[in-house]
Design a protein around this ligand. Sequence first.
Ligand SMILES: Nc1ncnc2c1ncn2[C@@H]1O[C@H](COP(=O)(O)OP(=O)(O)O)[C@@H](O)[C@H]1O
Ligand SMILES: N[C@@H](CCC(=O)OP(=O)(O)O)C(=O)O
Length: 254
Amino acid sequence: MQKKKRILLKVGSNTLTKETDNISRGKIEDMANQIAHLQDSCEFIIVSSGAIAVAKQFVKLESKGKDINVKQALASIGQPHLIRIYQEIFREAGLLTSQCLLSYSDFEREQSRTNIVNTINVLVSNNYIPIINENDTVATDEIKFGDNDKLGALTASLLKADLFIIATNTNGIYTKESMENGTPKTIEVVEDFEELLKQVVSSKSSHGSGGMQSKIEAAAVTKKANIETWIVNGLEDNFMVNAFNNKVPFTKIK
Ligand SMILES: Nc1ncnc2c1ncn2[C@@H]1O[C@H](COP(=O)(O)OP(=O)(O)O)[C@@H](O)[C@H]1O
Ligand SMILES: N[C@@H](CCC(=O)OP(=O)(O)O)C(=O)O
């Protein structure tokens, strides 16, 4: 049997909510259907945001503490719900899921790195799709709470993914000029990183936390590991399959 292509898919909050205030079961169904369609040739590891967005649907926390602590608490409330929704929907598509919570410091310790690789390899070889999120309880400002783009890139590198796909709410990275004049134009292939960083505008979307800058920084990490990064529009149905078939505009960072 031919070796499967290992794909690390990072899904942002905006994709999962379809830019509303609620998690979209339809979007998770769309992901499950695509994975089911591609599973003969690809194996998937998902880094999914959305814990805070889910919690915000039904809880408002009182706190005199820092804003970031409220977010961490929301992530703790939302995470089990997020995983339950994934599990229910993926199961209907015949897919098995598991949860892994990681923090950046885990990538700095050799023993933790080995443990992550071993655990995830067992999961994947038994047809489980690991759904990873940042361990937000232990994350702090210093380690950039809420940057799942970087977490996705570190995980893709550690697990020797063949491809890193970031699903967000734009058709990849647009040229700055085209964004400013209101007719966004996708940069299709990127080879020059310095040039790319100049295209970032400071905006980010309603639920997102990293903006395009953190996606570009994440791509720099995967590039070092010789992994190609694709930035695709997760709001569209069939976003991965269409990117594979070159049917939609997206950005490839080689
Ligand atoms: N050059 C650019 N091309 C596309 N989007 C950009 C660019 N510069 C900044 N952005 C912003 O980055 C946002 C995506 O990042 P983010 O809001 O963190 O989403 P996610 O939840 O998917 O991580 C876009 O909605 C857009 O507002
Ligand atoms: N761990 C947080 C992730 C926050 C985050 O990185 O969000 P995003 O910019 O949408 O990928 C959560 O699950 O809400």
